[in-house]
Design a protein around this ligand. Structure first.
Ligand SMILES: [Zn+2]
Length: 439
């Protein structure tokens, strides 16, 4: 894209004047960006530093070294982190970022550094490195960002196939395909350790770490967002990360965050802490009180309040169901009333038809199964019976289908079968005529 304003033309001019990457910066990338040291195949190792292969002697010493993931190359003496692979070609590439300043701008320069070599071709056996610049984020003191980058080749499923044969130009972010990663927001795994950062960014809380935010994004928000600046200055980097990832214009519970800051309480797990704030509100506990806002063991208080809330909600849910079920009581009496009074069994087991919706609720709660919650009382072809022992203790709950007069299910506590299961099924089969007669 051609620059369309004086401002953009100015940045293009500055970009053209940026010094090339130095030999030292390149060497750092070659030395640090590639962690795989060697491929192990069978008894052999291919060293990805010097390209030589060597046979291992299978000594205990070597095997111990491999178990630990490391071995020493006899050719170059390097310690190798080994990977199990029979590949004859090796190629690995990474983003590598240089953070610098230029004429009052903060610049993040992103390179692709690539290492490749082949085991089967003598002339390609030594590692071959390339390093190419793909993107520059230019950020001015007001946090305004301008992108200069290569175009991308159209490739299936690869959103950042930079075309290094084309020049770097001004680029615009396309917000339309929001499901795609933003290719200009680069969080490189490898950043050159010598960095130059605008004094204003340092003043606003940058301490040299990025806390899971890309460098360019962190610099922008520290320059434009007052809340982000305060969070950074108070060391609340997880809240800052949370704010950024969730796209909050302003974090909730600002008053509680101020209290945490005042008490030098650093929130290490922002999403858990914010959930905890919601729990405090749920229980009408004071989110203006440091005692609640800054707990010594966040996880413990969070978990205990959450469990308490779950219990309350479960009870409320049951009450709602009961109230709703009461409306069905009359209908239940009408449709299933003719079966009430049916009772059969043997010396150990008594089986009766459940005589009300309320009784079904009780059965469901005592047995921890879903006979009540799933509203079996509404089902016209379903008859529910309860099998108890001689002392009145519930054993299993039985469902009979009134069209086929067959047992659909018979379940004990928590939907499990009991030792009496077969006996109960036989009793029902033997007495099914009672139900048929009543129907
Ligand atoms: Zn070697």
């Amino acid at each position: 894209m051609k620059p369309t304003s004086t401002y953009q033309r100015h940045i293009v001019e500055l970009s053209n004047k940026l010094p090339s990457i130095t030999e030292k910066q390149k060497q750092w990338a070659f030395d640090h960006c590639f962690e795989t040291g060697g491929y192990q195949y069978g008894d052999n190792v291919w060293c990805l530093y010097c390209g030589e292969t060597y046979r291992t002697d299978n000594t205990t010493e070597f095997i111990n070294a491999v178990v630990g993931g490391e071995a020493i190359c006899p050719h170059c003496g390097r310690k190798l982190k080994l990977e199990n692979s029979r590949k004859k070609m090796y190629s690995e590439s990474w983003y590598y970022t240089i953070i610098t300043t230029f004429k009052g701008f903060q610049v993040c320069r992103h390179f692709i550094v690539e290492k490749s070599m082949r085991r089967d071709r003598a002339e390609l056996r030594k590692p071959y490195y390339t390093i190419n610049e793909a993107v520059q984020n230019w950020i001015d003191e007001n946090g305004k960002e301008t992108i200069i980058a290569r175009p991308c080749k159209a490739m299936f499923r690869i959103y950042d196939a930079w075309d290094f044969s084309k020049p770097m130009e001004i680029r615009r972010r396309h917000q339309t395909y929001s499901y795609r990663p933003d290719k200009y927001d680069i969080e490189a795994k490898y950043i050159y350790p010598r960095r130059s950062v605008l004094p204003k960014i340092k003043r606003n809380g940058y301490l040299g770490r990025f806390h899971g935010i890309s460098a360019s994004e962190l610099f922008k928000i520290l320059l434009t967002d007052r809340e982000a600046e305060i969070l950074a200055k108070n060391g609340q980097f997880d809240l800052l990360r949370h704010k950024h990832k969730r796209g909050y214009k302003e974090l909730p519970f600002a008053h509680a965050i101020r209290i945490a800051n005042r008490n030098k309480y650093v929130i290490k797990d922002a999403s858990m802490w914010l959930d905890y704030m919601e729990l405090l509100e749920y229980f009408n506990l004071d989110t203006h009180n440091a005692h609640y806002v800054c707990p010594r063991n966040l996880k413990a208080v969070h978990d205990s309040l959450l469990a308490k809330k779950d219990r309350i909600e479960a009870k409320l849910e049951l009450e709602r169901k009961m109230a709703e079920a009461r409306k069905w009581e009359a209908q239940y009496q009408e449709t299933k009333g003719k079966f009430f009074g049916i009772c059969f069994g043997n010396e150990d087991i008594v089986i009766t038809v459940i005589q009300s919706v309320a009784e079904m609720a009780e059965e469901g709660q005592a047995m921890h199964h879903c006979v009540f919650k799933m509203e079996y009382y509404k089902k016209p072809n379903s008859l529910i019976l309860s099998a108890k022992d001689r002392n009145g203790k519930r054993i299993e709950t039985i469902e009979i289908d009134l069209k086929t007069f067959k047992v659909v299910q018979s379940r004990g506590v928590c939907n499990k079968n009991t030792a009496k299961h077969e006996e109960i099924l036989k009793l029902v089969r033997d007495n099914i005529k009672l139900i048929k007669q009543a129907a």
